[in-house]
Ligand binder design. Structure first.
Ligand code: PLP
Length: 491
């Protein structure tokens, strides 16, 4: 191939990276943390313009259920291209769309599948979130929304409002349960129980300041929030609470869907049947596609209430249908469950040798390793901390970290008044160490993502097709990167 040798010149790669840095927005993220120039990719492997190969545990931010350029995906795309079918046809009916919808509906949780309606949205996950919020507002005639601390639902205005970083009066923020940084300092089922009770009390207290909401939006596993799986019992409580009060429950499965967490849809772990599901990422088989699925009684939109030019991506529908069918036929959700559990166990076994690991958590092949500083969170403030002493007053501004303060009285529910015992207090997050681990991973040919409240959680989102050998290589490289980065961090 004529251009091949120039592709492998380091100067070729450096030139591209230099031009990117000079021309692109300061908002760029992945491109900043991962200074590589991918030119080829297959399965879990990416090859850079400099000829280096990487194991990709980012998978297009959790998009590539089958990895890069899977043969069934390529074949489905080629088939459409070769058929002469229109590539852009708005949202008119086509055999490709019909086949995609049939395949998608066959996977939906029972209870929703029989009464499901689908709206094709703009191409990104955030477009489907907007549609879901708009739909439940139209269906209920109400405006307010319930959402959770640490949530991430996208970057358009409505999606940002319900995400954790927002300060929006239309959204009531509820505590998302988590063990390591439990807002109540308890973790486990008792922490989850308190967050459920807080939700109930906000809704039932006529003076809570929270008007009857149009819906509740929840991620069954928070991804960008730091890989926090919702306990099944807690999610069922959210279902009971919303159902009893006529509040539509929206499950944002943009990242958790299509087998990622060890079930085809993450809500299946709990048996919860949501009223609305927001789907994107993997459903397009590596091309942009986003839909909102909802029960027929919510279908109150008049014609044209939700439109858009790019809602009929035929190639994405073909690639998506092939992906959904492949995951279903090859039991890849089950594979994600067993391999993910094994990888989590192996990562947990590293905590003895690596005190910088605060917690290893996840579900299926959505795995997070939270990195922490060695000193206790205290008056001097750790990285990402305010530097002020943290008590009840200060913690009000940082609900996800109230328990982390270690100064919150835990009388009552815990039965033991006083400071949390040091052993149960989480240590300060270590974002700089996490960034160093990400760089060391890249040097070892491993691409990982960072996430969490302080970007201190190393995230693994490998394709569901990852082999045992690749999983072992991922863990070896990560452990090695941890050793080097931690030594430099503390030395
Ligand atoms: N919802 C969840 C749970 C996500 O993880 C994301 C993206 O990471 C989105 C919505 C937004 O999707 P997009 O980036 O395609 O707009």
């Amino acid at each position: 191939m004529a251009g091949h040798s120039s592709l492998t010149q380091p100067t070729f790669q450096e030139g591209i990276l230099r031009r990117q840095a000079a021309r692109e927005s300061a908002a760029r993220t992945y491109a900043r943390a991962l200074p590589i120039v991918p030119v080829r990719a297959r399965g879990m492997t990416i090859e850079g313009a400099d000829g280096r190969r990487y194991l990709d545990c980012l998978s297009g931010a959790g998009t590539l259920a089958l990895g890069h350029n899977h043969p069934v995906v390529l074949e489905a795309i080629r088939k459409v291209l070769d058929s002469g079918a229109p590539l852009h046809i708005l949202d008119l009916a086509t055999p490709v769309k019909d086949a995609f919808t049939t395949e998608l509906f066959s996977t939906l949780p029972r209870g929703l599948a029989e009464r499901a309606r689908i709206q094709f949205c703009g191409p990104a996950g955030t477009d489907a979130v907007e549609a879901a919020l708009k739909l439940v507002r139209a269906a209920t005639g109400r405006d307010g929304m319930l959402a959770f601390t640490g949530a991430y639902h996208g970057m358009t205005a409505g999606a940002l409002e319900v995400s954790g970083g927002a300060r929006d009066v239309r959204v009531a923020r509820l505590p998302y349960p988590q063990d390591y940084r439990c807002p109540f300092g308890l973790g486990g089922p008792r922490g989850a129980e308190l967050s459920a009770r807080w939700t109930e009390s906000l809704l039932d207290d006529t003076k809570s300041g929270v008007p009857a909401p149009a819906g509740m939006i929840v991620e069954p596993v928070q991804g960008e929030g730091g890989v926090l799986p919702a306990p099944d019992a807690w999610l069922r409580r959210m279902r009971d609470i919303t159902e009893a009060r006529g509040i539509p429950l929206i499950a944002d499965e943009v990242q958790t869907g299509v087998g990622r967490t060890g079930a085809f849809w993450a809500v299946e772990h709990s048996g919860v049947v949501p009223d609305v599901m927001v789907l994107s990422k993997a459903i397009g088989g590596s091309l942009p596609l986003a839909v909102v699925i909802y029960r027929d009684d919510l279908d109150v939109w008049p014609p044209g209430a939700h439109a858009g030019t790019f809602r009929g991506n035929q190639l994405a529908m073909a690639a998506g249908a092939a992906t959904l069918a492949y995951v279903r036929e090859n039991g890849l959700a089950e594979r994600a469950a067993t391999l993910g559990a094994r990888m989590i166990t192996q990562l947990r076994s590293l905590t003895g040798a690596h005190p910088c690991i605060g917690e290893v958590r996840g579900r299926g092949l959505m795995i997070g390793v939270e990195l922490v500083e060695s000193e206790e969170w205290g008056g001097s403030g750790g990285p990402g901390g305010s530097g002020e002493s943290v008590g009840l007053g200060a913690s009000a501004g940082a609900p996800g970290e109230a328990g982390a303060a270690g100064t919150v009285e835990t009388s009552g529910a815990s039965g033991a008044a006083g400071r949390l015992p040091a052993a149960t207090r989480p240590r300060p997050p270590a974002p700089q160490l996490a960034a160093a681990v990400q760089r060391e991973c890249l040097r070892r040919g491993l691409i990982v993502e960072l996430g969490g409240r302080h970007s201190s959680v190393v995230r693994l989102l490998p394709p569901l097709t990852i082999t045992d050998e690749q999983a072992a290589a991922v863990l070896d490289r990560l452990a090695d990167a941890l050793t080097t980065a931690a030594r430099a961090h503390h030395g």
